[in-house]
Design a protein around this ligand. Structure first.
Ligand code: ATP
Ligand code: MG
Length: 364
């Protein structure tokens, strides 16, 4: 049994690049705020990276290290939180296969995030069989830890809904939980898996630097879409990216503050998210809408604002870049802890499914 009595958090990232500002406001800020009050597990989902870059194992390996380094640079403390490598936790795969039987095929294929990714990442009809499998696997990434809370950005909500469906189904079929049970009472009613709750960040979906996509909306900032400012970008890279950022020629700003989803002008989405001087933002935005101030002045200010956010992260990152053994150690310790919990969950799941033939022990 895990000795820690705190409620658990599970969340994580795909190693398809480094962490960017979208991760920071969408998920990392919450992780930092909650790492004292929850037992936290942060998965680096390297198998999921193979869904789109199976031919680039070197890149994936480098990204695993990069993401772990980013975690430490952001202030995730390996003495409090466990960061771990997905492929080193075999119980997740074993649960994936069982969970795949609880999800109708068409249900998975209708997952709107999968559809968006197929469109936005240009995967077309040529995506692998494994691509939709990752969404099923993600239900196991999460439930292997039986967490209460899953801090994520908005794009993950369809995956979390599928995770909730798997938890309910498993608990009903194998643990005898009454389907009328309230979601929050599934474990109390004898279920193994909690019907997990998503926790959205301060910004649910930070937009990227580029022009709107095929559907007319700005794309989300994403490692794979070449539209991100990374937490490891140097000051001159930040400057270049901001100066080259798309701005709406008609200067339209559509949404209310704090709601960046259908925002047509990333410049203001970024100021609203990161500029602490709210009065400046409001005044300057009005002047900008009236044509009294141009893109360049607003971009210059934004460069200052973003560097103030990124500077301390950048400094800590340099520290860890020079200590690669510390990064590996954090991953090793975290992965060991992750295996303890995931093995325990798998054993309980097999018992509930009456497939507990021989006990086993995993060592690392
Ligand atoms: P990829 O392009 O490979 O899909 P990504 O940039 O979407 O990468 P993920 O690793 O898929 O990053 O997502 C990790 C976490 O960060 C998820 O919880 C996701 O919701 C959140 N996240 C990613 N991008 C954003 C964003 N632009 N705004 C808010 N949250 C985000
Ligand atoms: Mg993604």
């Amino acid at each position: 049994m895990s000795s820690n009595s705190k409620p658990r958090i599970l969340t994580g990232d795909t190693p398809t690049g480094r962490l960017h500002l979208g991760h920071f406001v969408g998920s990392v800020e919450n992780r930092l705020a909650l790492q004292d009050s929850y037992e936290c597990f942060f998965i680096i989902a390297n198998k999921h990276a193979f869904t789109t870059r199976a031919e680039k194992p070197d890149d994936i390996r480098q990204s695993v290290i990069d993401i772990a380094t980013d975690y430490l640079a952001c202030g995730i403390d390996p003495n409090k939180s466990s960061m771990f490598i997905q492929s080193e936790v075999p119980a997740i795969d074993e649960l994936t296969f069982f969970f795949a039987m609880l999800l109708p095929f068409n249900r998975v294929m209708k997952n709107p995030t999968l559809k968006d990714e197929i469109r936005d990442k240009g995967l077309g009809d040529n995506h692998s069989f494994g691509f939709p499998m990752y969404a099923v696997g993600q239900t196991a990434d999460i439930l292997a830890f039986r967490p209460q809370l899953v801090p994520v950005g908005e794009d993950q909500l369809p995956h979390l809904e599928m995770t909730r469906e798997v938890a309910r189904k498993f608990d009903q079929v194998y643990c005898g939980v009454d389907p009328q049970t309230e979601d929050r009472d599934y474990v109390k009613a004898g279920g193994l898996f909690p019907v997990i709750e998503p926790k959205l960040g301060r910004v649910k979906r930070l937009v990227g630097l580029g022009a709107p996509g095929a559907d007319g909306n700005l794309l989300k900032m994403s490692k794979s879409l070449n539209n991100a400012i990374f937490l490891s970008d140097d000051a001159d890279v930040v400057q270049k990216k901001v100066m080259g950022m798309y701005t709406d020629p008609k200067r339209i700003r559509v949404t209310d503050p704090g709601e960046t989803a259908p925002e047509k002008n990333p410049l203001w989405a970024f100021h609203e998210t990161f500029n602490p001087d709210k009065a400046w933002v409001e005044e300057t935005r009005a002047a900008y809408a009236g044509g009294k101030i141009g893109d360049v002045a607003v971009k210059r200010k934004l460069i200052e604002v973003l560097n103030a956010v990124i500077d301390p992260i950048r400094t800590r990152r340099k520290h860890f870049e020079q200590r690669p053994d510390d990064v590996i150690d954090a991953l090793r310790i975290g992965t060991r802890k992750a295996n303890e919990v995931a093995e325990e969950t798998l054993a309980l799941a097999k018992k509930a499914m009456k497939q507990d033939y021989f006990p086993r022990k995993l060592s690392m």
